[in-house]
Design a binder for this molecule. Sequence first.
Ligand code: KIV
Ligand code: ZN
Length: 509
Amino acid sequence: MSLIRIFDTTLRDGEQSPGASMNIEEKLMVARQLERLGVDIIEAGFPIASEGDFAAVKLVAKEIRGCEITGLARANQGDIDRAWEALRAGENPRLHVFIATSPIHMRYKLQKNPDQVLADAVAAIKYARRYTGNIEFSAEDATRSEIDFLVQIFTAVIEAGATTINIPDTVGYTIPEEYGALIRTIRERVPNIDRAVISVHCHNDLGLGTANSIAAIENGARQVECTVNGIGERAGNASLEELVMALRTRHDKLAYETNIVTTQIYPASRLVSQVTGIQVQPNKAIVGVNAFAHESGIHQDGVLKEKSTYEIMTPESVGVPQNTLVMGKHSGRHAFRDKISALGYELSDEQIEIAFKAFKKLADKKKHVYDEDIDALIADEIIRIPHYCKLVYLSVNSGSVSVPSATIQLEVNGETMLGAEFGDGPVDATIKAIKRLTGTASKLLTYDVKSITGGTDALGEVTVRIEEDGLVVMGQGAHTDIIVASARAYINALNKLEYKKHNRPQVTV
Ligand code: KIV
Ligand code: ZN
């Protein structure tokens, strides 16, 4: 009874993070990593939302065998049919049906009274039963709902066949003691609760997602919904890595287990950041670059004498690469292959060959190639797939006396195009040239550049956020030349935009 099931919603709620978007191959890559991480359930999307979401859920359900796969559906037959169509190839597919239960949502959003909401919920669960016995019901905005109504609706949906009941803190409003008491009350007052698993789903608007999830566990919740890096709608969801490592590190007080392979946490964090373009804040617990960095002299001295003076868990335990074997131009295929798997990647022979060629090019320019460089290189060469637009070459001219200009060759939808532009600076000229060749109406909203490792020969990583017709996406690119990195980032964003244009959500949660 002390096993806590981890329900990962990175591919659904996580993808609702502003600017995040993953294409179908990227979603499958993340799903495979979640499988290695050992999550129990993967929520792969919201199939009715768009063709892209439907196809991604279908592919993930077909390919992933180590976890249950679920897809979200509103409490109506059309959503449930569509979700089931996507999920049916899965091994133990779960239908996840939700409806809002708070007075504010029922009145303004659904424009239904509680009796109608109750009837819809029960009818939806009964309908879902024709497909599977593995059904989760979520009472959206549960923490602002009336307790008597929650007890009534949970009792009714369990009676109708729901096997998991989820109690979301949709707007990240609750606080730990209150949420713990809510879970306890539901456990005590719902008469048939022994026939369902209690699940929690916390948003992080007050920074309490993890704390609230733990309070819920201590009061009987046995499934926690969370995301890698805590990404998700607005301020995000409870972070998977924080929850799992809190349970593990404080096992003395929290005697619960999970099936998570903690050494896969860091590779999962890197992958999710690379495919979504959402950078992890440096001081993010567990996976931020500073999470295991000791800056003060006193702390450094303590850690050198005895790690546990200032470290409550080891970086190795979450898979932060410790093998500081620096690669260089003399490193061979074998060492490269070893390094790739030490970093947590599982690549095909063909992908290793592509990455190895890029590594050799990089090692010619850069004396020491670090783990972070290899991460960036794999992201550029393997993870970010250019479906629509691809950079062939870029040549720029700039300096204190010349007018900056860029000449660029792109492949757009398989057609090779060449163009040149002047600009205020080399980045401006490059982006103008890309815009002219692709004909995009997108606007650059933000542009950030950071150096991946130290030194003037470091790789620069550029992140851009662009907008067109109300769609916002992020793109990333890395290169030793930051103008090339900028071009790659803009092109990556255009590829995401193109995908999103064809998969514009018709329905949102
Ligand atoms: O936050 C929420 O309430 C949700 C539900 C759809 C589970 O994401
Ligand atoms: Zn949510």
